[in-house]
Design a protein around this ligand. Structure first.
Ligand code: PLP
Length: 401
């Protein structure tokens, strides 16, 4: 029988830990187990009606053919209006590219720019896909450490990680998994370092932009440091803010040469994004914010309630996040303890695995995000389930001896 052997690229890649954990939870559920999954970063709300109606109208109007590779003009123009309105960025629609989710935008950008050995600075804790995509292309993910509980990249750490081979710095705020948001002062401090290293390009992944709580205010890097505009790719999308994960629309705005190269990549990989979904995304960006604001209020309430339960657990440290929809507690003080059956919890992975087996709650181990000793839960799940899951986490953690 022919033996399958994967490519070099695939053999270097880890599967997505978040999707794997979510699948494990689904499998256990289908076996009849009572499982609550806090594993995926996906709003539990339905897409607002006016957005669905815009898609319906587009389909009825025959917008069902191949889209231009970079996206339909209506959406690219809506993106420029959004960037002007929310981020004070004036961008030509020709410098915008629309893709099959922000994930494809990011992949396109790396494929368009990285050569083997090129370095990409990724602050940890990081979204699981950045280092995998870089590694797949033969690039080197250079991990810059940030410190709990704020998880903000310092100018000193950034400076330390830059080499002549650095191609990109990836900045994701509000961050997945930490929810960290950079203040204007913090962005300007990073800008001072970047000003000294003009060969470093900036990828700002702003996909959680609207999900900011309390007094936290989001600002994108080029808003704080406009002179970085000619080497910054601003990435965003509709998945998280508008409860549109399944529509698969993300976009980026950046320098013409880069956007053109990304379009070339996309033209061979996948062509233009789903046409009907693009009209839905345009309606989302141009439409009212009422429902989005209501989503954010609900997330904030859940953050406070679930956060309070976890903060009350002896051995768990948690600062409430400023944004996104994840809690990222430390379970370091629980490591070394034993379950009632005598199993030693020697890592965050063991913590997550025993929690799933004993209490039926799926969380993602922090090691997947480059932060061992932590775990990630989402609060984008129904409040009653979230609170039940939080109580189970408490019961499990307090049962450890
Ligand atoms: C930080 C970050 N960037 C990008 C994405 C991908 O979003 P999309 O659904 O637009 O591909 C995610 C999804 O989890 C994310 O957390």
């Amino acid at each position: 029988m022919a033996r399958f052997s994967p490519s070099y690229a695939v053999s270097r890649m880890k599967p997505s830990a978040t999707l794997e954990t979510a699948q494990l939870a689904r499998d256990l559920k289908s076996q009849g187990r009572d499982v609550i999954s806090l594993a995926t970063g996906e709003p539990d709300f339905n897409t607002p009606l006016h957005i669905v109606e815009a898609a319906h109208r587009a389909a009825l109007d025959g917008k069902t053919r191949y889209s231009p590779v970079g996206g339909v003009a209506e959406l690219r123009e809506a993106v420029t209006r959004k960037l002007e309105r929310d981020n004070s960025l004036t961008i030509d629609p020709g410098n915008v590219i629309v893709s099959n989710g922000a994930k494809q935008v990011i992949s396109n950008a790396f494929i368009a720019t990285l050569n083997p050995g090129d370095e990409v600075i990724i602050p940890a804790p990081y979204w699981v896909s950045y280092p995998e995509l870089v590694g797949m292309l033969g690039g080197t993910a250079v991990i810059a450490q940030t410190r709990a509980p704020d998880f903000i990249l310092t100018p000193q750490e950034l400076e330390r990680r830059i080499t002549p081979r650095t191609r990109w710095l990836v900045l994701n705020a509000p961050g997945n998994p930490t929810g960290a948001i950079y203040s204007e002062v913090e962005l300007k401090a990073l800008g001072d370092v970047l000003a000294r290293h003009p060969h470093v390009w900036l990828m700002t992944d702003d996909i959680y932009e609207y999900l900011a709580y309390g007094s936290a205010r989001f600002m994108t890097l080029t808003q704080a440091v406009p002179m970085l505009g000619d080497r910054t790719l601003v990435i965003n999308g509709v998945s998280k803010a508008y409860a549109m994960t399944g529509w698969r629309i993300g976009y980026a705005a950046g320098p013409a040469g880069l956007v053109k190269a990304m379009g070339k990549v996309q033209s061979q990989l996948s062509s233009g994004a789903n046409m009907v979904a693009q009209y839905a995304a345009a309606a989302a960006l141009d439409g009212p914010r009422t429902e989005i604001d209501a989503f954010v209020c609900t997330y904030e309430d859940r953050r406070n309630k679930a956060g309070a339960v976890l903060q009350s657990v002896h051995g768990i440290q948690l600062k409430l996040p400023d944004g996104a929809f994840y809690l990222f507690p430390s379970c370091k003080q629980l490591l070394g303890k034993k379950t009632l059956e005598g199993k030693v919890i020697d890592s965050d992975a063991a913590f997550a695995s025993e929690l799933l087996q004993r209490e039926g709650v799926a969380v993602v181990p922090g090691s997947a995000f480059g932060a061992p000793g932590h775990f990630r839960t989402t609060f984008a799940v129904a409040t009653d389930l979230l609170l039940e899951a939080s109580q189970r986490i408490k019961r499990f953690a307090e049962s450890l001896q």
